[in-house]
Design a protein around this ligand. Structure first.
Ligand code: 2GW
Ligand code: MN
Length: 270
């Protein structure tokens, strides 16, 4: 809790999330059953959030992986747009290349966990982890910060629970029969200790699956969904925070990040 220390600064407030306007958005869910906010445009005052976090000197790390063909295809656009719209200055750490694409994606969990321990914890309080095949298009600001942050998948946020593509194979550690939402692994974040916990959990379960010769339906994303089912996120981001731009939807008031178009044949073979 932040104390009001100076009456001459009316912008000093107790708790930023007390300023969220949950009624500002009609027709969409703005709070989960466990009372975590779901952040939509119009619910928050961006200036209040930024002022408070600048005052507190909040530091945020971003991780993004680009190996093989994804390096030339996506990294420059991602980083250039992040410099315009995301929160910080960036530093590059080389990572290992895995030969199977499923492993490239899944092994990020291990690398992120290691990087938090060896590096990020010296400088930052929060970390956000992104797919590289994306481009920032609008503000992705401090309102997105939270203890444990998950993203609603654009393709499923209006779909019924039974259509969610969780892993349904009881032999996989990612197996789940029901859940709260379908989360998109294209971005997740939070306090370092929580992201460390998430990435360790996913990595250990991925490795156990490998020993048992199974692979979850959507790889790391399946394990991430299992993690957030057991460990409820404290903050959800609406699909405004990661949208597929060819889809029209009246509930998407602002597009902050888009999926880059992808040519699966060209990128996933050879
Ligand atoms: C991935 C698939 C096929 C061929 C190559 C790659 C690949 C991925 C690669 O050659 N180089 C590379 O750096 N990557 C990294 O893995 C990169 O950061 C990329 O954004 C990430 C996930 O792969 P991506 O973006 O092709 O997967 P999507 O967009 O279908 O994403 C969802 O599903 C994935 C699991 O299959 C992940 O959970 C991802 O987080 C989800 O958004
Ligand atoms: Mn992706």
């Amino acid at each position: 809790n932040l104390a009001v220390t100076n009456n001459r600064e009316p912008t000093q407030i107790m708790n930023l999330d007390d300023t969220l306007n949950f009624g500002a958005r009609k027709g969409v869910e703005t709070r989960t059953s466990w009372k975590a906010p779901i952040i939509w445009e119009g619910m928050f005052d961006p200036n209040l959030y930024d002022q408070k976090h600048i005052q507190n000197q909040t530091s945020v790390a971003l991780t993004v992986f680009a190996v093989g063909r994804y390096l030339d295809a996506y990294l420059k656009t991602f980083l250039t747009s992040a410099e315009q719209h995301f929160m910080l200055g960036l530093k590059v750490i080389p990572v290992e290349k895995h030969s199977r694409w499923q492993d490239i994606s899944m092994m990020r969990m291990k690398t992120i966990s290691d990087a938090i321990e060896s590096d990020i914890h010296h400088h930052c309080k929060y970390v956000f982890c992104f797919d590289v095949d994306q481009e920032f298009k609008g503000r992705f600001g401090s309102e997105a910060l939270g203890d444990s942050v998950a993203l609603l998948h654009a393709g499923y946020y209006k779909a019924p629970n039974n259509s969610y593509t969780y892993d349904r194979n009881p032999r996989s550690k990612a197996f789940m029969e029901t859940g709260d939402y379908y989360y998109h692994a294209a971005l997740f974040g939070g306090l370092l200790e929580n992201v460390k916990n998430l990435t360790n959990y996913c990595f250990l379960n991925i490795m156990e699956d490998k020993l048992n010769n199974v692979e979850a339906l959507w790889h790391d994303e399946s394990h991430l969904n299992k993690y957030f089912w057991i460990n409820k996120p404290s903050r959800l981001l609406s699909p405004e925070y990661c949208w597929e731009p060819s889809i029209q939807d009246k509930d998407i008031h602002v597009i902050r990040l888009i999926w880059a178009p992808k040519n699966y044949d060209r990128l996933r073979t050879g």
